[in-house]
Write a protein that binds this ligand. Structure first.
Ligand SMILES: Nc1ncnc2c1ncn2[C@@H]1O[C@H](COP(=O)(O)OP(=O)(O)OP(=O)(O)O)[C@@H](O)[C@H]1O
Length: 265
């Protein structure tokens, strides 16, 4: 069964007397265990789409089916229960968390709110989550401000997987990291996907990042989806001028062998 189906989604903003069609009649699907790379120039509407999906922003029109349910009409207890299945990792983890919070409390929140494990087992579960993302258990006592950018992103991933989601939306989640740290985080994400059958909607302006993890790529330009296809096809034989421009912005993208994720969906 298709995990996520976005149908004819639209969102307009008006600012300073100007109307912007931030997301304009966008439809796309995501299968279980699949990574869809959502790429586009700055302002093309990627974050707006991700924010509507996470219900951080209401849509003007369109519908989203997630795990067979009409996602945008869920509310109250139904939404709270279902929310555990869709998580998000942001670029700016410090902005998303209280910087004075300890790593333990950042990981405890989703376990408590979604009642994932009984209270007596939470410390052990937090240690297991830290271990799974490659951090020692004693990091639990540190404040989120005291860890490096790469470690913070690992903690954000641990928090996202804590609720056993079927979908994680990653919004420029590795963009701020050094190249070597970035590739380790991408490896971790691919491992977790294979282990737990998680789908990723991976939002980035950087096709080099998306090439490493995506099964398919969707290209946005000024609010519209202008091209969707298998990762290799879009990179080696782009059909839209927007895709060609993004490929042209990454030197060696086409000449280097195209790797992509190790598993098929
Ligand atoms: N809250 C808002 N109020 C007014 N306009 C907005 C708002 N949020 C986004 N926009 C506009 O909507 C359009 C899409 O923005 P969005 O942030 O979704 O693009 P993006 O592709 O994620 O860009 P970036 O990669 O720079 O984050 C832009 O023209 C932006 O200026």
């Amino acid at each position: 069964m298709t995990l996520l189906a976005i149908e004819n989604l639209s969102k307009r903003f008006s600012s300073g007397g100007r109307e912007v069609a931030a997301v304009n009649d966008v439809s796309l699907t995501l299968e279980p265990g699949e990574t869809l790379g959502l790429v586009g120039a700055s302002g093309s509407g990627k974050s707006t789409l991700a924010r509507i999906l996470m219900q951080l922003l209401p849509a003007d029109a369109g519908c989203i089916r997630f795990e067979g349910e009409d996602w945008l009409t869920l509310s109250g207890a139904d939404l709270r229960r279902r929310r555990a299945r869709m998580q998000m990792v942001f670029q700016d983890v410090l902005g998303a968390f209280n910087p004075r919070a300890t790593v333990a409390s950042v990981l405890d929140d989703p376990l408590r709110i979604h009642d994932i494990v009984p209270k007596a087992e939470r410390t052990r579960e937090i240690a297991a989550l830290l271990d799974r993302v490659g951090l020692p258990a004693n990091y639990a006592e540190r404040s989120i401000r005291e860890v490096s950018g790469g470690q913070r992103q690992r903690i954000a991933i641990a928090r996202a997987i804590a609720t056993k989601p079927s979908l994680i939306v990653l919004d420029e989640a590795v963009s701020a990291l050094d190249v070597s740290i970035r590739s380790k985080i991408l490896e971790l994400l691919v491992e977790l996907q294979e282990e737990r059958v998680i789908s990723y909607l991976f939002v980035s302006h950087d096709l080099a990042v998306l090439r490493a993890v995506s099964h398919r790529i969707a290209v946005m330009e000024t609010g519209r989806l202008v091209e969707t296809g298998p990762m290799r096809q879009v990179i080696e034989n782009p059909q839209s001028s927007a895709a060609r421009a993004l490929i042209g912005a990454v030197p060696r993208l086409v000449t280097e062998p195209t790797e992509g994720p190790s598993h098929d969906v």
